[in-house]
Unconditional design. Structure first.
Length: 366
C-alpha cells in the first residue's frame, strides 16, 4: 500500500489539561546535542525528556521537561493542515477539557522539518484553538521513543509513566477487543488498569465514514481544465440508477498496480451500472509521468481527478491506497475497501446487485 502520511514532516498537536506530565519552563539550555532517544516498548517506563515547546500564548519555543507526575498523558502527532489529524486533535481536546478535565494531560508534538516556520505554526495552533504545550520535535527524540511512523499517531502513557498504547489513529480505534482508545483513556483517568498493547492492527479511518453522508468535493480532471463535482455525480446516478464509487490510488503504489487489472475488467463489465470516479495525489513530475503511464497501460477510461494538496484524501480520511468508497443512491457511504488483494470484479458485481438491483453474467477474467 502507498502510505500517505510519513513521519517527516509531521506536525503535532494535543490538547488541554494541567500538567501531570509537567512542563518545566526555564530549564537551562547547555547547547549540547541530546542523546538519541531509544524506542520504548509498550509496558515500559518512559524516560525523562528535555524538549522544546511552544507554550500557550507564546510566540517562540521554550525548554520543556516531560516527566511522570501521577496523571495519564496523551501525546498526539499530526500534520498541520490535514483534516484527519486536526479532527483527531479537536476530538481529544473535547474529551480532556470536558468529561476528563483535570484528570488527563495532553501534549502536542511535531517534527516541522524545513517547510514549516514557527510563526506559521503558532498562527495555525491559535486558529485551531490549541491551548497546551506543543513540542517541536526537530531531532525526533519523542517520535523515536513512541515509534511514530505515520500521522496522525496517538500514544497513551499511564499515571505511573508506563507506555500503554502507541501509534493509534483515532479515539474510535479498538486497542483491544471491545475497548477503544477513548475508553482506554477514560480507564486511565479513573486510575484503572489500562491494557498494554505491543502492536495495534492496521486501522483505516475511512471506515468511520460508513453510514454518513458522503463529503462533497469538486476537483479538476487530470491533465484537463474540466472539473467534476461529486454531488452532481450522485444526483445523476440516482436518476440513472447507477452506483457512485470513489477510488483513491497512486501510480507508485504496488497494491494499486496489483489491483488495477481486476478493477478494469470489473469496470468494463459493470460500467453500465457503476459510476467510478478516481482520485490521485501527485506531488512531482515523476509521479505525473507514472500516472500517465498507468492510465495508458491499463486503458483507464473512468475519470481521473487530481487531488489538491491531499485535500480530498484527508476529507475522506484516506491513509493508504487503494481505498474504494461505495455510496448508496441517497449519497450515504455504504462501504469502504482498503485492500489491493481482492477481486474487484466480484465486488463490483455484488455492489451493483445490492444497491441498484441490476444483474449481469460474470465477465471473463483476463
Amino acid at each position: 500500500m502507498q502510505r500517505l502520511r510519513v513521519l517527516t514532516p509531521l506536525l503535532g498537536a494535543v490538547l488541554a489539561g494541567a500538567a501531570a506530565f509537567a512542563s518545566v519552563p526555564g530549564t537551562p539550555d547547555t547547547g549540547a546535542s541530546p542523546p538519541a532517544a531509544a524506542r520504548v516498548e509498550a509496558g515500559s517506563k518512559i524516560p525523562l525528556l528535555k524538549l522544546s515547546a511552544i507554550q500557550p500564548g507564546q510566540k517562540q519555543p521554550t525548554p520543556l521537561e516531560i516527566a511522570a507526575k501521577g496523571k495519564p498523558l496523551v501525546v498526539c502527532y499530526l500534520r498541520i493542515g490535514e483534516s484527519l489529524g486536526e479532527e483527531g486533535l479537536l476530538s481529544v481536546q473535547s474529551l480532556v477539557s470536558g468529561p476528563l478535565k483535570g484528570k488527563v494531560d495532553l501534549l502536542g508534538a511535531t517534527n516541522p522539518g524545513t517547510k514549516v516556520t514557527v510563526p506559521a505554526l503558532v498562527d495555525r495552533l491559535s486558529l485551531l484553538g490549541v491551548t497546551v504545550p506543543f513540542v517541536l520535535d526537530d531531532d525526533l527524540q519523542l517520535g523515536r521513543m513512541l515509534s511514530v511512523t505515520s500521522a496522525p499517531s496517538m500514544a497513551l502513557i499511564d499515571g505511573a509513566g508506563t507506555l500503554r498504547v502507541m501509534d493509534a489513529k483515532s479515539l474510535k480505534q479498538q486497542v483491544v477487543s471491545g475497548v477503544t482508545l477513548k475508553e482506554a483513556i477514560e480507564k486511565a483517568a479513573r486510575g484503572e488498569q489500562v491494557p498494554t498493547v505491543p502492536a495495534l492492527a492496521r486501522y483505516y479511518p475511512a471506515n468511520e465514514l460508513v453510514g454518513e453522508p458522503f463529503p462533497d468535493f469538486m476537483l479538476k480532471k487530470f491533465e484537463s481544465t474540466e472539473r467534476v463535482k461529486m454531488s452532481e455525480v450522485v444526483a445523476r446516478d440516482k436518476r440513472d440508477r447507477k452506483v457512485p464509487a470513489i477510488f483513491f490510488w497512486h501510480p507508485n503504489c504496488p497494491h494499486c498496480k496489483k489491483a488495477m487489472p481486476s478493477i478494469m475488467v470489473g469496470y468494463r463489465a459493470y460500467g453500465k451500472w457503476l459510476d467510478l470516479i478516481s482520485i490521485v495525489d501527485l506531488k512531482n513530475a515523476d509521479e505525473i509521468r507514472n500516472a500517465e503511464d498507468t492510465i495508458k497501460a491499463h486503458g483507464v477510461t473512468f475519470p481521473v481527478l487530481q487531488d489538491e494538496d491531499r485535500r480530498i484524501s484527508d476529507l475522506y480520511r484516506v491513509v493508504s491506497t487503494p481505498t474504494f468508497v461505495f455510496l448508496k443512491p441517497d449519497g450515504v457511504v455504504e462501504s469502504v475497501y482498503t485492500s489491493g488483494d481482492v477481486n474487484y470484479v466480484t465486488i463490483f458485481q455484488a455492489k451493483v446487485k445490492a444497491l441498484v438491483g441490476a444483474t449481469a453474467g460474470k465477465p471473463p477474467v483476463k
